[in-house]
Design a protein around this ligand. Structure first.
Ligand code: IPE
Ligand code: IPE
Ligand code: MG
Length: 263
């Protein structure tokens, strides 16, 4: 089975531990405001949460973690905050990549890189290259990412590569051109900070993702909060269009097959 498994075409396995968690890290500004600090202090503190969550996911055996760091719409923020966020991203790449590599973590960056300066683009390329063959956890950072941008760029790239598809194409033809073609679809989506929206994150890939929203602000999100999200996920019934009775029937069949094997 290829890694990119489309939930609208084949029914994925739904293991107890999510294979892929995608997070909108929201609430940095409010965390800072509550403490009478400038917004950027919240972003700075949020980096520590990123470290903790990456470590926890690696320890829990989660294969893919995807973090929304900067959306295509975040350019609308005050210029000094945008500059701070870009500098923070560059600093993180320069400081943390060796540590990721030492921990056998593969780093991928998704998003429109055409607005990044040369230095940042160079660091991104180097980091991806260095960690390309690592196998413990794939950490994807979405930077200048938008779900609509992703689908649009996929269509454009596909038509350039296979012009004959202009006459018509299906999901299976498009999927290899999406930014996350190297990962399974997210099983669990978490948004911190209390808002209950997707904000143009992985629109295509989250067709059947379980959604979890928490009021906890990102800088205050910790390992226990992550466990709570995973626990909530584990209690859900993922039907992928089928009925509950079908799933129960399937489970019974599996149990009977297992009992036969054990005999
Ligand atoms: C999320 O925190 C970080 C980014 C969008 C870069 P916010 O900066 O959106 O924090 P709030 O929502 O204003 O509290
Ligand atoms: C979403 O957060 C994007 C990131 C976390 C990078 P925002 O704070 O920008 O989302 P909206 O604008 O409140 O929807
Ligand atoms: Mg926000």
């Amino acid at each position: 089975m290829p890694i990119f498994q489309s939930s609208t075409r084949t029914i994925p396995d739904a293991p107890g531990v999510p294979s892929h968690i995608a997070i909108i890290m929201d609430g940095n500004g409010r965390w800072a405001k509550q403490r009478f600090l400038p917004r950027v202090a919240g972003h700075q503190r949020g980096v520590e949460t990123v470290r903790d969550v990456v470590r926890a996911c690696r320890e829990l055996g989660i294969g893919y973690l995807t973090l929304f760091a900067f959306s295509s719409e975040n350019w609308r923020r005050p210029a000094d905050e945008v500059t701070f966020l870009m500098q923070l991203f560059l600093k993180m790449l320069e400081r943390e990549v060796i540590k990721l590599h030492d921990n056998n973590i593969r780093l991928r960056i998704i998003g429109d890189r055409s607005h990044f300066d040369d230095k940042l683009n160079q660091r991104i390329t180097e980091a991806e290259l260095l960690t390309a063959n690592n196998t413990s956890l794939t950490l994807t950072v979405a930077a200048n990412y938008g779900g609509r941008w992703d689908i649009t760029q996929a269509v454009q790239t596909m038509l350039r590569a296979r012009p004959e598809l202009a006459a018509g194409f299906g999901e299976a033809e498009l999927e290899p051109y999406l930014s996350m073609n190297y990962a399974p679809e997210p099983d669990l989506f978490i948004r911190t900070g209390g808002e209950q929206r997707i904000s143009n994150f992985l629109l295509w890939q989250m067709a059947y993702t379980e959604l979890y929203f928490t009021d906890t602000l990102w800088p205050a999100f910790d390992r226990n909060a992550l466990q709570a999200a995973i626990h909530s996920y584990q209690k859900r019934e993922r039907r992928f269009g089928r009925t509950s009775e079908q799933l129960q029937g399937e489970q019974l069949k599996n149990e009977q097959a297992q009992a036969k094997k054990d005999r």
